[in-house]
Design a protein around this ligand. Structure first.
Ligand SMILES: Cc1cc2nc3c(=O)[nH]c(=O)nc-3n(C[C@H](O)[C@H](O)[C@H](O)COP(=O)(O)OP(=O)(O)OC[C@H]3O[C@@H](n4cnc5c(N)ncnc54)[C@H](O)[C@@H]3O)c2cc1C
Length: 474
């Protein structure tokens, strides 16, 4: 067992923990990052499968995600545009397949008008919501009492419009059924992306990808941190007092002034705290739970859909696979599709034996793009729900009423214990951008606490306050 003394120990080497450690190092503080897995990156993870580069976790970046953009600029990492050329495919609730272009789903004039009315109402409210403090909205308590599903139906009697609009936040983002989270939680999701219109625009929200993969960002930060990152070291016990902490990994123990718990909130309770955390945290941490989504990759000899003038973008409000995109990695001649299977559909898929599951999912792809979609040479199904150190996907959200009741305390430190993750972010919530912003903001708070200076409360984490990577290497 190695025993280390550091200014700050960071638990979790995902994008948030690594960014925090990197910032603290630039600020002249000593750090150690203890990571449970045998790799860095957390919910960002890529693998080469039969020559195709597969991003199993987070991968896309949108233009408003300026925290992540500034980090990759520092690291010298570039981005490239997702393949978007061509028409999209929509399958209606009645099973009718339509090829379409433009922003509106081909769902009939009155439903389009109703969807646009709902989107405008979401945007009107979203503009009033501070993503860092949605609980401060004058109607926050009321909006947190009603499920997103039921709230939409108080605004419209057009079931297809409600289902289509619901899909963007429920299956598409929070990966929970729309009746399990509140209208306020939905508004936080849209406020975190600037507007609801941004969220429903796949060309905005899924704009670009990282050259070298999203996990590569974490790998690059970990490389700078070098010997300060310790893999295969889950922290299951944390001793703490106002004077400092002792984090127990498998073969490393770290004594530090402060700790950052940079793991998803649903895993806070894996750690045994000595003494126990206060009642407020014990209760709060039980109200943030992971959604569930299966990200499916199918790799083909060629991107055959492009020959038919299709972009590979496909939607349907019901059915097993509700979203598909062209996910061919930069420069590859093979064609890759990625599809998403959310919440109860994911439950149903995991009930099936493996061969039946694969057949059902590929049939879902073929419904949109024709029988060639059945001939995948690589088929990979991400299963973050089975990953001990994540337990779901994409991220956590509160149950009904939880955001208003517990949200105001979610980012408060308990003595030397600080929390940081994309799940606690305002802008960039549930995204790598939010993880980076939270990492920076937490690092600034801790640095000030150690130095006895005042942290800037309005700091948003968009740009580093501690210089660039060059300042660290100098
Ligand atoms: C399938 C999928 C697709 C996604 N798509 C996108 C996307 O396209 N764009 C986007 O921006 N975001 C996307 N996301 C979300 C994005 O990946 C996350 O928001 C981001 O990775 C969160 O970073 P984090 O550092 O807060 O947490 P994590 O990435 O979860 O990192 C936490 C780390 O803590 C470690 N850990 C957990 N418990 C312990 C412990 N007790 N001791 C030590 N270590 C521990 C974990 O192993 C992990 O490495 C996606 C996520 C998933 C799962």
């Amino acid at each position: 067992m190695r025993i280390l003394d550091r200014d700050v120990v960071i638990i979790g080497a995902g994008p948030s923990g690594l960014t925090a450690a990197y910032e603290l190092r630039k600020a002249g503080k000593s750090v150690a990052v203890l990571e449970a897995r045998d790799r860095v990156g957390g919910r960002t993870w890529s693998e080469d499968m039969d020559g195709a580069t597969i991003e199993i976790g987070g991968q896309w970046i949108s233009p408003d995600q300026t925290g992540l953009y500034s980090l990759i600029e520092e690291l010298g990492i570039e981005t490239y545009e997702r393949y978007k050329a061509g028409a999209s495919v929509y399958i209606s609730e009645a099973g009718q397949r339509t090829v379409y272009t433009g922003e509106d789903f081909p769902v009939g004039e009155s439903t389009v008008a109703e969807m646009n009315r709902l989107i405008a109402e979401m945007d009107r409210l979203t503009a009033q919501v501070d993503p860092d403090a949605p609980w401060e909205h004058p109607r926050a308590e009321e909006l947190d009492m009603i499920s997103f599903h039921h709230w939409l139906r108080t605004l419209s009697t057009d079931e297809a419009a409600c289902n289509n609009v619901g899909l963007f936040i429920a299956g598409g983002m929070l990966t929970k059924p729309a009746h399990t989270f509140s209208a306020l939680q939905a508004l936080l999701m849209s406020a975190s992306a600037g507007s609801f219109a941004n969220l429903v625009d796949e060309d905005f929200i899924l704009d670009r990808r990282i050259v070298g993969t999203m996990q590569g960002v974490s790998i690059a930060v970990a490389k700078v941190l070098g010997q300060d990152v310790f893999l295969n070291n889950p922290v299951l016990k944390l001793d703490w007092s106002e004077q400092g902490v002792r984090a127990h990994g498998t073969d490393v123990t770290v004594n530090a002034k402060k700790v950052i718990i940079a793991v998803p909130p649903n895993l806070y309770s894996r750690i045994s705290y000595n003494p126990p955390l206060p009642r407020r945290q014990h209760v709060t941490h039980q109200h943030q739970s992971m959604g569930l989504v299966i990200k499916v990759h199918a790799v083909y000899e060629t991107p055959f859909w492009r020959e038919d003038g299709l972009s590979g973008t496909c939607f349907r409000p019901t059915g097993i696979v509700q979203e598909i995109y062209d996910n061919t990695y930069l420069g590859e001649s093979t064609g890759t599709l990625v599809g998403f299977i959310s919440d109860t559909q994911a439950d149903a898929m995991f009930e099936l034996p493996e061969d039946e599951r694969k057949a059902a999912i590929l049939e879902g792809f073929a419904d949109f793009l024709g029988p060639q979609a059945l001939d995948a040479k690589v088929f990979y199904l991400s299963d973050f729900g089975s990953e001990e150190w994540t337990r779901g996907a994409y991220a956590t959200s509160y149950d009904l009423g939880g955001l208003f009741r517990f949200g105001p305390d979610q980012n408060k430190n308990v003595g030397p214990i600080y929390f940081s993750s994309s799940d606690l972010a305002g802008e960039g919530y549930q995204h790598v951008d939010g993880a980076v912003r939270m990492g920076r903001r937490t690092a600034v708070r801790i640095n000030s606490a150690i130095d006895g200076t005042d942290a800037e409360p309005a700091y948003d984490g968009v740009r580093s306050l501690f210089g660039t990577r060059d300042s660290l290497e100098a």
